[in-house]
Design a protein around this ligand. Structure first.
Ligand code: NAD
Length: 418
């Protein structure tokens, strides 16, 4: 019997329609599903997934099931679970443990329920399954063939574990594959962060000073879109190369102390902690809006904001007004958690089509190759990414050129001069 814990099973029909919509916009993953259905590459494999429970994740889970896997799923963030999707998956026979707004204790209860399945493959978005197995459930390590990590911060942690000799099973860094980070982080986070801010506040972006902390993949995508909406973008960085790139992309670069005084809207996408803290909040204008689209809920120091505050209220869904003792008001979106997932629906299906195709094919790769893999962080083999890019182009009916024999030879030769 399938076990599940969801907010309201009666939401299943609503969730099913959203999943149908996502399937229509994820042609590559659907093609992989057809192949999985025929070849069953994941037969007898148990997959434990700790991912944002969205309609796109549901398409991935259904694909893994079509490949023969048993899948147990929990949310990777207490505010990103879409309860109707969780209900639809439960009704489809997936063991899903996820409730939007779950407490920290409930979050770990759900995660441990997934681990009770003794997964052979772990799918993480923030390394929570892997860390729990390594720190608290080491008896599960022998069952695990390998893991996958979906996000930048998770990969950074896993590389640190590898460096310390603490990693006990192989992990494929799905985040680092170009078909993930060149599309999901840039176009997905770029668009969905704006979507989250607008759904929470409905403010006009044109003419606003839009401060972006972190000019990596996510920051660049967000900056392009904010500029496209008419905002004046200000970037805060700690890396000289990234800062220089921002300058040459035509945006202002300044320190957080300077930006704090200027900005109307602040978004963190650094993967770091306490990037916006007390000393910055004290400088902010009345009405400043703060959101995080980077890592968990640690980039904005909510504790500092609370310390400065004399009164607070939820003024709109996912928008909390903090009245500071100085009399100024600051608005925090989605409790400082990922605004694109908490206030909107996360990345559009079209980009998750590629990220989750990476995940599906990497599951197959782990099953076929785990005996050869060591407890290290591996890049996803480039053939997987190339195949996905080709399938995506095909789905868009776009053709590209091929090298001629003469060009292939030229690219490989060193003797031919000017
Ligand atoms: N919201 C989402 O759905 C979503 C999607 C993808 C990635 N992410 C997360 O977003 C974060 C950024 O991902 P990325 O791929 O852009 O990473 P990245 O490494 O490409 O970029 C991060 C940038 O932040 C800068 N930075 C670090 N500390 C800083 C500080 N204190 N002040 C200013 N800048 C600082 C770094 O120099 C770097 O340029 C990660 O935590 C990642 O997990 C979120």
């Amino acid at each position: 019997m399938v076990e599940y814990r969801v907010r309201n099973i009666k939401l299943a029909q609503e969730g099913k329609m959203k999943i149908d919509w996502a399937e229509k916009h994820m042609p590559v993953l659907m093609k992989i599903r057809d192949e999985f259905r025929r070849l069953k590459p994941l037969k007898n494999v148990t997959i434990g997934a700790c991912l944002h429970v969205t309609k796109e994740t549901a398409v991935l889970v259904k694909t893994l099931k079509s490949g023969g896997a048993t899948v147990a799923l929990c949310g990777s963030n207490p505010l990103s679970t879409q309860d109707d999707i969780a209900a639809a998956l439960a009704e489809e026979g997936v063991s899903v443990f996820a409730l939007r707004g779950e407490s920290n204790d409930e979050y770990y209860w759900c995660l441990n329920k997934v681990l009770d399945f003794k997964p052979n493959i772990t799918l993480d978005d923030g390394a929570d399954l892997i860390s729990t197995i390594h720190l608290k459930k080491r008896e599960l390590i022998p069952y695990v063939y390998g893991g996958q990590e979906e996000t930048t911060t998770g990969v950074i942690r896993l590389r640190a574990m590898e460096r310390d000799g603490a990693l006990r099973y192989p992990v494929l860094a799905v985040n680092d594959t170009p078909t993930k980070n060149m599309f999901d982080n840039i176009y997905g986070t770029g668009q969905s962060t704006i979507d989250g801010i607008l759904r929470s506040t409905n403010v006009l972006l044109a003419g606003k000073k839009f401060v972006i902390c972190g000019y990596g993949h996510c920051g660049k995508g967000l900056a392009t879109r904010a500029r496209g909406m008419g905002s004046n973008v200000i970037v805060v960085e700690i890396d000289p190369l990234r800062a220089l790139q921002a300058v040459m992309d035509g945006v202002s670069v300044m320190t957080m102390n300077e930006a704090a005084k200027e900005g109307d809207i602040f978004v963190t996408v650094t993967g770091n902690k306490n990037v916006i803290r007390k000393e910055h909040m004290e400088l902010m204008k009345d009405g400043a809006i703060i959101a995080n689209s980077g890592h968990f809920n640690v980039e904005v120091s909510v504790g500092d904001l609370v310390e400065l505050t004399k009164g607070r209220r939820t003024i709109r869904p996912n928008t909390e007004e903090f009245e500071l003792r100085s009399g100024r008001k600051i608005y925090l979106l989605a409790e400082g958690r990922l605004v694109n997932l908490a206030s909107a629906e996360g990345h559009p299906s079209e980009v998750m089509d590629m990220s989750f195709s990476d995940q599906a094919l990497t599951c197959k790769y782990i099953v076929e190759n785990h005996k050869k893999l060591e407890p290290k962080v591996y890049d996803v083999p480039s053939e997987i990414g190339n195949r996905i890019a080709k399938l995506k182009l095909e789905s868009m009916e776009i053709q590209i050129d091929e090298l001629t024999e003469e060009q292939k030879k030229y690219m490989l030769s060193w003797a031919e001069g000017t």
